[in-house]
Write a protein that binds this ligand. Structure first.
Ligand SMILES: Cc1cc2nc3c(=O)[nH]c(=O)nc-3n(C[C@H](O)[C@H](O)[C@H](O)COP(=O)(O)OP(=O)(O)OC[C@H]3O[C@@H](n4cnc5c(N)ncnc54)[C@H](O)[C@@H]3O)c2cc1C
Ligand SMILES: NC(=O)c1ccc[n+]([C@@H]2O[C@H](COP(=O)([O-])OP(=O)(O)OC[C@H]3O[C@@H](n4cnc5c(N)ncnc54)[C@H](OP(=O)(O)O)[C@@H]3O)[C@@H](O)[C@H]2O)c1
Length: 285
């Protein structure tokens, strides 16, 4: 079902072309998950350091300005979906049909160039949380991307006894990238060796859909308010003594969860002032 851009020549995939654009990196893999979602991997500058969960600006050259005859880079914020130790960079992207960037980006192929401004920033980082026992990741849509990074970050399992990842999407197919990534952790020899055999047993995965039938229907916020999510997961509601959380979704989702967290007694943290939870928008508006 998932269309994977064929790599007919394995050597070509590992021997990137010399970049010609400013700050350009070379695409090494593209996977299309639905007609609205795709992921891709590209080369990583040797000097680039980042913390799992951060985002960068990436993009393509824009159209030629008819007045000046010049082209400018068209850049957008993107969470890095790969962990900090990965030799390559992975991204998980929406396809907005009339979106200035993604109307073009969705057509990239192995060997193409993507512009990367290697200045990672963001609040969804371990440094912005104080120590706790259980870590919650709350995502809608492509808001899963920073958690794709943090779920492959050894520190996540070193710092916490339990990790709960909730992902709410409209349709079941939009959960596939996240579900396959989580399933793949079980057989990840490197992570099992580095973190410890069976580290993935700490994960509780709670995917829900709102507009298409699936095993669990409903917005995570409503499922928490009714108590159903906590019953299903076999955990108590969030508590400042034990629980830490990261939120990445649309603005209304982020605000609704923030209100709920204040009621639970959790305080928002930042890089400069670590606390109980942190929030980042999955997209503007
Ligand atoms: C901190 C941050 C991190 C981000 N990380 C990612 C990421 O990892 N993956 C990703 O796909 N996008 C991410 N985005 C959104 C991204 O920056 C662009 O908006 C997106 O790539 C679309 O670009 P565009 O130029 O095609 O359309 P834009 O003009 O940027 O957006 C057009 C419209 O499409 C909708 N839209 C934009 N992005 C999304 C989205 N991700 N999901 C659903 N609807 C959307 C919005 O309604 C928006 O008004 C992030 C945004 C921020 C602020
Ligand atoms: N996903 C699609 O199939 C689709 C198709 C065409 C166009 N679009 C457009 O693309 C844009 C983004 O769509 P998207 O589906 O990626 O993202 P989205 O609208 O942010 O929805 C993602 C998920 O978050 C849920 N959600 C929204 N607000 C919430 C809140 N306050 N609390 C809890 N959960 C909340 C949604 O539930 P609800 O369903 O209950 O809102 C949905 O399951 C929208 O403008 C949309 O019109 C989407």
């Amino acid at each position: 079902m998932n269309e994977i851009t064929p790599v007919t020549n394995a050597a070509a995939a590992v021997a990137p072309k010399t970049p010609t654009l400013p700050d350009a990196q070379t695409v090494t893999e593209v996977k299309h998950w639905t007609d609205r979602l795709f992921s891709f991997r590209m080369t990583r500058p040797a000097s680039m350091r980042f913390r799992s969960g951060e985002f960068v600006m990436i993009g393509l050259m824009g159209d030629v300005n008819p007045k000046t005859g010049k082209q400018k880079p068209l850049l957008r914020a993107y969470s890095i979906a790969s962990p900090s130790w990965d030799e390559e960079l992975e991204f998980y992207s929406i396809k907005v049909q009339d979106g200035p960037l993604t109307s073009k980006l969705q057509h990239i192929k192995v060997g193409d160039e993507v512009i990367l401004r290697p200045k990672p920033v963001g609040t969804l980082v371990h440094d912005a949380l104080i120590p706790g026992k259980r870590l919650w990741f709350f995502a809608t849509g492509t808001g899963f991307a920073p958690f794709a990074s943090l779920l492959r970050e050894p520190q996540t399992y070193e710092d916490y006894d339990e990790i709960v990842i909730t992902h709410t999407c409209r349709e079941a197919g939009e959960l596939t990238y996240g579900r396959e990534l989580i399933e793949s952790l079980k057989d990840d020899e490197l992570l099992n060796e580095v973190i410890g055999e069976g580290f993935w047993k700490k994960i509780k995965y709670y995917p829900t859909t709102t507009r298409e039938e699936s095993a669990k229907m409903g917005r995570i916020t409503d499922l928490m308010k009714s108590g159903e999510a906590f019953k299903d997961l076999g955990v108590e509601p969030l508590n400042p003594d034990t629980d830490r959380a990261m939120i990445c979704g649309n603005l209304a989702f982020n605000l609704e969860l923030k209100d709920m967290f204040e009621e639970y007694g959790l305080e928002e943290g930042a890089n400069s002032k670590p606390a109980h939870y942190v929030v980042e928008k999955a997209f503007l508006d």
